[in-house]
Design a protein around this ligand. Structure first.
Ligand SMILES: Cc1cc2nc3c(=O)[nH]c(=O)nc-3n(C[C@H](O)[C@H](O)[C@H](O)COP(=O)(O)OP(=O)(O)OC[C@H]3O[C@@H](n4cnc5c(N)ncnc54)[C@H](O)[C@@H]3O)c2cc1C
Length: 439
């Protein structure tokens, strides 16, 4: 199906009107479409669920969604691994895996993304023993820039393709490592921020998944730990508790507080102080497919940086001091998560264990000053931005941050020599050079 549309990302911070929007029905259609673009000299951008804040998919030429190319192709029980079509939503994959006695090893805050979209930007959850979703990729089948169906299994090329921002080809299927199905005990607590910082190393080391968040200029932190459990006795309770927490507390109250604060800015401090009182403190028991993601209804802006975990204390101390000095009062939290190192050329956790630090604002609120302040500090600690989240970096900044930048581009060139998959945003980023040019 081909038609004209106006595309908007989830956050509605960018939109575009592609000359052609296509939802091919099968891999053969994808091949034909890419050849059409190639022959007519038109660029093409793959889009997933549109859950990226950066204009990765923005184009006025051809926009391709794999909405109609979804579903699981195969489970290899002995590895174990799943081969899944690129347009499959993570929540569909999770449910299917659970029905087969399997699960993904980790997941981020939401599960609405497509598999190909999540893989392309190194989507991560939290847990220092756990890598991002791209590091779980064993094989990618894509249609390259000349319309050839290509299977990528060999390491050098996979190290480039597993985080490639839709710039090496259109991924029609991905083979991912999976694990036997499991349950998690989830503990949510409100503690003093100083205590959360003091206990950070211990919590990271002792829990399978650990994260915490705090609101700038509030001295409380909200911690969340998750650990494997065989205890499902209390699971029945969750039928009620989880929806109350997910829908009412995490979304409804956040929205109400932000709307009030926008209308009555003078009440912001009082509103901030409500948060620790309404935040949930509970223990719950959740199956893997339900434990990680919560609905995100309140539109917001987000910046997120991965810094070497060895710098996390200094970076957080500096961030806290800086936001205090600036008198930042935002009714959206700063979130701190952790991720295991990998060897993928453009992964923010390439060659280092990282702490991910993210800041948010309500969608309609100005974010530049606040996010630039956060970014300045993250840059000082060699931070790398999440590819799908807001940043103010140039191509040269990226080239400097990624030691394997040139290796990535060498692999990219072999699959898309004419730049069929590049839009203006990617062209700007990819123009970045590691060394100053001599000319
Ligand atoms: C509310 C919210 C919560 C989030 N939570 C997290 C989180 O917890 N952890 C985290 O790491 N990130 C998180 N993200 C970011 C999100 O996971 C990434 O931006 C992800 O890439 C979005 O997936 P998508 O399917 O929407 O892809 P899109 O945003 O549509 O596209 C992302 C990239 O994938 C490429 N792409 C899409 N489909 C294909 C394909 N078939 N072949 C090749 N390339 C393709 C696109 O060209 C683009 O470069 C969150 C985002 C939002 C809005």
């Amino acid at each position: 199906m081909k038609r004209r549309i106006r595309f908007e990302n989830w956050n509605r911070n960018f939109s575009c009107r592609p000359a052609l929007y296509a939802e091919p029905h099968c891999v053969e259609d994808v091949v034909q479409l890419v050849r059409l673009g190639h022959n007519e000299g038109k660029t093409l951008r793959p889009v997933g669920s549109g859950y990226s804040y950066t204009p990765l998919v923005q184009t006025d030429e051809i926009l391709v969604s794999l909405n109609r190319i979804q579903g699981v192709e195969r489970i290899d029980r002995d590895i174990p691994a799943v081969t899944v079509r690129g347009g499959t939503r993570l929540f569909h994959l999770n449910r299917f895996l659970a029905s087969q006695g399997f699960a993904l090893g980790n997941l981020g805050d939401i599960d609405r993304q497509t598999v190909a979209g999540a893989v392309s930007t190194a989507t991560h959850g939290t847990g220092l023993g756990l890598g991002n979703i791209s590091s779980e990729v064993l094989e990618i089948t894509l249609v390259d820039g000349r319309g050839n169906l290509t299977v990528i299994q060999d390491r050098p090329r996979l190290r480039a393709a597993a985080v490639s921002l839709g710039a090496m080809g259109l991924m029609v299927s991905v083979k991912l490592k999976i694990v036997p199905h499991y349950w998690l005990q989830v503990d949510r607590k409100v503690v003093e921020l100083d205590r959360a910082l003091d206990e950070l190393d211990r919590n990271v080391a002792n829990h399978r998944n650990f994260e915490f968040f705090w609101f700038p200029n509030l001295d409380f932190a909200f911690t969340k730990t998750m650990n494997l459990t065989a205890n499902r006795a209390a699971a029945g309770m969750q039928l009620f508790v989880r929806p109350v927490n997910d829908y009412l507390v995490e979304n409804g109250i956040l929205w109400v507080l932000n709307e009030w604060s926008r209308r009555f800015p003078g009440a912001r401090d009082r509103l901030l102080n409500i948060i620790p009182r309404v935040a949930p403190q509970e223990v719950s028991f959740e199956p893997a497919e339900r434990a990680y993601a919560t609905p995100r209804w309140v539109r917001h802006n987000e910046i997120e940086y991965a810094i070497d975990i060895r710098n996390v204390h200094r970076a957080l101390t500096e961030l806290r001091r800086s936001l205090h000095e600036a008198g930042t009062r935002v009714l959206f939290p700063i979130e701190v998560r952790f991720c295991r190192r990998d060897d993928l050329y453009l992964s923010p956790s390439s060659d280092r264990d990282v702490a991910y630090i993210s800041a948010h604002t309500y969608a309609d609120e100005a974010y530049h000053g606040y996010f630039q302040r956060v970014e300045q500090i993250m840059k000082r600690f060699g931070g790398r931005p999440h590819w799908g989240k807001l940043h103010f970096l140039s191509g040269n900044d990226f080239a400097y941050l990624y030691p394997r930048w040139d290796d990535f581009h060498r692999e990219r060139q072999t699959l898309d020599p004419e730049g069929l998959y590049l839009n203006p945003y990617l062209k700007t980023i990819f123009a970045g050079k590691r060394e100053p040019s001599s000319g």
